[in-house]
Design a protein. Sequence first.
Length: 112
Amino acid sequence: MNKETVEGKFDQAAGTVKQKVGEAIGNEKLANSGVADQIKGAAKETWGKAKDVASTTASNATADATPDKETLTQRAEEIAHNMRERLTQAAQHAKDTINEKLDEMKDRQDKA
């Protein structure tokens, strides 16, 4: 577990507390800030996990050095690239989903 993973978990916990306090005292700005902190923390934690996996993959490729080390290095780079692509797509999907939910909430508030 690296620094980003730990910080991400902390940011999520702090964001949850901030959201709950904001909701309890009726402070929408504080509650929204808490949700933003949770999202930021989740992204940071995921980035930390991605770095761990990429590091492990690179270490394994190096440890398993064979006469075809260049192929192993290329494969490790390809895996890391694919993981970054999947993480980027997942982050975009999460952003889109959150924005849809926020738009739905705004529409409900406008109708009220």
